[in-house]
Design a binder for this molecule. Structure first.
Ligand SMILES: [Zn+2]
Length: 478
């Protein structure tokens, strides 16, 4: 999980620790269920686990939670689920639809190859349909055939506030475009038309050029393809097939490649979004050539259909590089593989979570020490509590250092009733009180060792009406 107000440049660097692991989902084989039922039970298990993991979001999204922001101020935050990054099978799992349908819109299974757009799924309507099916008001034929849903009745997103799960599903460039539409489909069709040997001969005949990869052995014998391999192939593919394919097929290839490149832009204007649509239309206008040449019967492919949703998603959530699944795939190494290797391979889940907790603690401690070292000469406002300061020996080193000794400022804990926070001008509400810590609104603290110093740096928002604290000192500001 990550939060939306972190810059995407920071978020996509695994070393910045902008994404955290919430939990491991079980991969049980569910052999206790019969073959037909196993699949739907797997859906139910996933939704049950996600409900457990995200249950705090329900309360926090409705009532708000006090959080300390990077500028040191505490704000009342209402976290909501805004975007869900996943590959296609997981998108269907989340949206509770069959894999022959679209997790975002109502398109039928035979229409997925067309360029026409269908109306979007409506969360309330989907929940109503599931309820009706549970109560036996809808026949199985209609439920499976027309609606294309899975019989999951307790959905993890049903109770999340201000959330439309179908809108949350974001484009997935790696699996949908690079690996899906381009490599698995387009390259395969072209290879069938041209012939593997002829295509490999073209790749071998290429001269090497700075910045372009030379596929010296061709591409047919290569089994393992990474994301960067796909990108390298995309750069030379149009040149390789030009002259070998029919003109319409070359235009269709160019449409897909143009779309893929525009989709990777780090920022967009209305003009670039229009060009994306134009490239997609160009592919749809000329795709029939692949049917004429006998390599396809239809284009009912979910990844080709998903391209219709790209421009709308970019308008909603920004450029697609912020939602690329390459980062979660990379984090799989840190959060799962490395953690597993650190265990003794027996009862490993507990050991893996402990290891991850320790890694986080070391990173946070290191960050804090770096922050302190960088601020020791310039920041003379760091509070120091000689009675309570417990920074694992750091306080001793502070005495001998040449930086200005931090001075303790009165520490005030304030209990703020939620209603008052929302509407401080309302007179009949109970006012904030001092020295009455309320367990419900504790600021999340990173490390026990850092608690003292972080707590003393908590400052209330500048627009916080301090005059309302009757008979008390105004909150300290540093
Ligand atoms: Zn769709």
């Amino acid at each position: 999980m990550t939060i939306g107000n972190i810059s995407k440049d920071v978020r996509r660097q695994p070393s910045q620790h902008a994404c955290v692991l919430l939990g491991y989902l079980p991969t049980a084989k569910l052999e206790c269920f019969s073959g037909g039922r196993r699949s739907v039970e797997r859906y139910r298990l996933f939704h049950y686990c996600m409900t457990q993991i995200l249950q705090l979001l329900v309360v926090c999204g409705k009532e708000g939670v006090l959080m300390m922001c990077p500028d040191g101020l505490v704000r009342c935050v209402f976290p909501i689920l805004a975007a869900y990054v996943a590959d296609f099978p997981e998108q269907c799992l989340v949206a509770c639809c069959k894999e022959s349908r679209c997790p975002k819109c109502m398109v039928t299974r035979d229409q997925r190859g067309e360029s026409t757009r269908s109306s979007a799924h409506v969360q309330r309507q989907t929940m109503k349909s599931l309820k009706k099916y549970e109560n036996g008001e809808i026949s199985k034929e209609e439920f499976d055939g027309n609606l294309g849903l899975r019989a999951v009745y307790k959905l993890f997103w049903a109770s999340l506030p201000h959330c439309d799960i179908f809108m949350c599903i974001t484009p997935d460039i790696l699996h949908q475009l690079h690996k899906g539409v381009f490599k698995d489909h387009l390259v395969s069709w072209c290879s069938q038309i041209i012939g593997e040997d002829a295509l490999d001969a073209r790749f071998r005949a290429m001269t090497s050029y700075s910045g372009l990869r030379h596929f010296k052995k061709g591409i047919s014998s290569r089994k393992q393809w990474t994301g960067s391999d796909h990108k390298e192939l995309e750069r030379v593919f149009l040149g390789v097939v030009a002259g070998l394919l029919d003109e319409h097929a070359v235009i269709a290839v160019r449409g897909i490649l143009d779309f893929t490149y525009y989709a990777q832009y780090q920022s967009h204007t209305e003009a670039t979004l229009k060009k994306m649509d134009t490239a997609l239309r160009s592919f749809h206008r000329h795709k029939a050539i692949f049917v004429d040449l006998g390599v396809r019967n239809d284009f009912n492919i979910p990844k080709i259909h998903s391209m219709l949703h790209y421009t709308a998603s970019i308008c909603l959530f920004g450029s697609t590089d912020g939602f690329n699944t390459e980062l979660p795939e990379r984090l799989h190494i840190d959060f799962a593989k490395k953690a597993y290797r650190s265990s003794n391979k027996r009862d490993y889940t507990h050991q893996m979570t402990t290891w991850l907790h320790q890694q986080d603690a070391i990173y946070l401690k290191e960050s804090f020490l770096t922050w302190y070292r960088d601020n020791r000469h310039s920041d003379d406002t760091v509070a120091r509590d000689t009675d309570h300061c417990n920074l694992d020996g750091l306080s001793d080193s502070l005495d001998n250092s040449d930086c200005k000794a931090p001075v303790i400022v009165k520490c005030i804990r304030i209990n703020i009733p939620l209603q008052w926070w929302r509407n401080p001008t309302k007179k009949d509400l109970s006012r904030p009180t001092e020295e009455q810590p309320n367990g419900n609104y504790l600021v999340l603290l990173c490390l026990p060792q850092n608690e003292d110093i972080i707590y003393r740096r908590v400052v209330l928002c500048p627009d916080y009406p301090s005059h309302r604290f009757k008979n008390s000192t105004a909150p300290p500001s540093y």
